[in-house]
Design a protein. Structure first.
Length: 314
């Protein structure tokens, strides 16, 4: 009995308005940018259900239908390269201030849990959503506040390629200390943390492993693919965590748990960048104890003394 009912449902025909469907397809196409009449014809020909008997007159009927519905569409001319351009339409998405703040807050929270690839996808989704509002203020605010919004996507697409790792490349970098400069590096890996994307790399300028903010990499000047470079400039730090920091501890990708009990965890960290690692250690406060090496203990003590001195000077 159930099988027969399913078969009847499959055999049931669904009637749609081809004119209406063609009009929606043309509208969607114009939302993504101006199109010539020939481009719109090809778009319709490549769509199922409406790909038969498509002509320029078919497109013109769809355009006139949209105009009748309240759309403002520029007619093709030599001045606009013979494009139909959608200037405005009455089908706007209305987002009030409270809803806007909630969506931006949601985006910011999600960006803390997503990887950087997912953040870029989310940014694109938000751009498309708020483009439907036709609210220039909201569109600009979404664009200006997006996580990773300052990154040159062309630069990122190159640095994200696995074949780039271990190669010597020259980049144009906006240094907060030295300004714009050309530097040679060997990329190691990308790291996304606290809504920031960094590049771990070997720097020929400093002859050590460095970490660069991807947003400050303005351009890839040159890539030397002739040789693979093997660079090691790391050291291990063993530390012990107790108290609340132990309870909420999450292992980083460069760390290994070497001992764990009900009261503490002992961790070995392969340190590539001292700055980031020291920041991580400082967040643990009095719950952390450095076991080895001795030079890192001294370095951390000096850092704490310097911080204390700065507060005393305030």
């Amino acid at each position: 009995m159930v099988i027969k009912q399913l078969q009847k449902r499959k055999e049931k025909k669904v009637w749609i308005s081809l004119t209406g469907l063609r009009t929606l397809i043309v509208f969607k196409s114009l939302l993504n940018g101006g199109k010539t009449i020939n481009q719109l014809v090809e778009i319709l020909k490549n769509q199922p259900y409406v790909n038969k008997s498509v002509s320029k007159d078919t497109v013109r009927i769809a355009i006139n239908t949209l105009k009748s519905a309240g759309c403002e569409i520029v007619r093709p001319s030599k001045a606009n390269k013979y494009l139909y351009e959608l200037l405005s339409h009455p089908f706007n998405l209305n987002v009030n201030n409270e809803e806007f703040d909630a969506l931006i807050d949601l985006r910011d929270k999600l960006s803390q849990n997503y990887n950087w690839q997912e953040v870029l996808i989310m940014n694109d989704l938000f751009d498309k959503i708020f483009a439907l509002t036709c609210n220039s203020n909201q569109i600009n605010m979404v664009s200006e506040s997006k996580p990773l919004g300052g990154i040159n996507i062309n630069v990122l697409s190159i640095l994200a390629k696995p074949e780039i790792l271990g190669k010597k490349i020259s980049i144009k970098y906006s240094s907060p200390k030295y300004g714009i400069e050309d530097i040679d590096i060997i990329p190691k890996k990308l790291s996304y943390d606290n809504a920031k994307l960094h590049l771990f790399c070997y720097s020929f300028k400093y002859n050590k492993t460095s970490i660069l903010n991807i947003e400050r990499i303005l351009e890839i000047n040159k890539i030397d693919i002739s040789e693979n470079y093997e660079t090691e400039n790391t050291y291990s730090v063993v530390y012990k965590l107790t108290g609340n920091s132990f309870e909420i501890f999450t292992k980083a990708d460069y760390e290994e748990i070497i001992e764990k009990t009900q009261n503490f965890v002992k961790v070995s960290a392969n340190v590539e960048n001292e700055f980031l690692f020291i920041q991580r250690i400082l967040t643990y406060g009095s719950d952390v104890k450095i076991i080895s090496p001795d030079f890192f203990k001294e370095k951390l003590i000096d850092k704490i003394k310097l911080i204390k001195k700065r507060y005393e000077e305030v």
